[in-house]
Design a protein around this ligand. Sequence first.
Ligand code: NAP
Ligand code: ZN
Length: 349
Amino acid sequence: MQVNAYGAHAGNQPLEPLSITRRSPGAHDVQIEIAFCGVCHSDLHQVRSEWEGTQYPCVPGHEIVGRVTAVGAHVSAFKAGDLVGIGCIVDSCQHCDDCEAGLENYCDGMVGTYNSPTPDAPGWTQGGYSQAIVVHERYVLRIRHPEAQLAAVAPLLCAGITTYSPLRHWGAGPGKKVGVVGIGGLGHMGIKLAHAMGAHVVAFTTSESKREAALQLGADEVVVSRDAQQMAAHTKSFDFILNTVAAPHDLDAFLVLLKRDGGMTLVGAPATPHPSPNVFNLIMKRRTLAGSMIGGIPETQEMLDFCAQHGIVADIEMVDVKNIEAAYDRMLRGDVKYRFVIDSASLAG
Ligand code: NAP
Ligand code: ZN
C-alpha cells in the first residue's frame, strides 16, 4: 500500500511530501489508519542528523494514535475500528531476557518506529508522519481514553512512557520529593504523572514565564534553575530528579540538590555530551546518576490505563504537517505548550 508521508532527504533539507510503502498485514500484523502523531524532540534530533546514523529519506514520528483498519489472520486482541496507539517500538527479538521481562525497549534487537533496520522497503522503518502504519500486534497499545481526547493522547506514547517508567522505577509517590527538569513535551508529562503518583513535585525551568503554567500542571513548587539562590534553597532535599533537558548543561547544579541516596535520571538525549559531573557530588552522599529509555510494552499499556483512570492527557497544539519546520523551530525556542501534534488529515491530497 502506498501512503502519503512527510520526511526529509538529508539532515540539512526541510521535510517535504513523500509517498512510502506499507507492507500488507501478515498473520500477526495490525494495520492502522493514523489520526494524529505527536512531535517529539527526538524526531528533530534524528531527522536533522544531530544523532549519528540517520537513513534518508527519514520519516519521523513515534507518538502515533489511530484506528485499526485491518488485522492478520492470527490477531485476536484487536479488530477493525479499535482505537490504538504505537509508540517508539515496532519490533524486537521477542525471546531475550529483556523481551521476556516485557522490557523490549532494552532488547538489543529493538526496532524503533523510524530509522531502524527492517525487511520492509526501503530497508529502514518509517514513522508516524504518515497516513497509515502496519505493526506486529505485540507492539500495539489499546487506548481507553474518550475518542474526543485522541489527539492529546498521542504524546503519551513517547513523552508519557519516557517519564512514567523512571518515575515508577525509582519510586515516585507519597512522601517523596521529586524534581522534574525542563518543562517541554517530556517534562510537562513528568510533572502531571509525578503529581498523580502522589509525590511532592518541584519543576525546574530556565524560563520564568513558565512558572504559573507549571503550577497549573501540578507542580507544588517551581524553581528557575538560572537563579542560584532559588536552587540553593533546595540543597540536599530531593529523593529523585528526572532530567528531560534536550541540551548539554551543568549536571552538578542538580546533583547537589539530592539528599543521601537520592538519584537523578537523565532522559534527555542531547546531540553533544554534558560537561562531566564532579564525582565528589556522587560519592559524598552515595548519590546515583542514571539513564532511562522509553519503556516496555506492558508498562506503556499500564501508563495509558493509569492516564485514562486519572484523566491525564498532554497539553497540545495542533499543527498542519506542512508547517512542521516552523513547529521544530518553535520547539527549539521552548515556544510550545507543550507538545505539537500533527493532524494526519493534513497529509491528504
Ligand atoms: P522539548 O519539548 O524541546 O523540551 C525540552 C526542554 O528542555 C525545554 O522545554 C526546556 O525547558 C529545556 N531546555 C532546552 N534547552 C535547554 C538548555 N539549553 N538549557 C536548559 N534547559 C533547556 O523536548 P522533549 O520532546 O521533551 O525531549 C527532551 C529530550 O528527551 C530530547 O533530547 C529528546 O530526544 C529526549 N528523549 C529521550 C527519550 C528517552 O527514551 N530517553 C525519549 C524521548 C525523548 P525549560 O524552558 O523549562 O527550561
Ligand atoms: Zn520521543
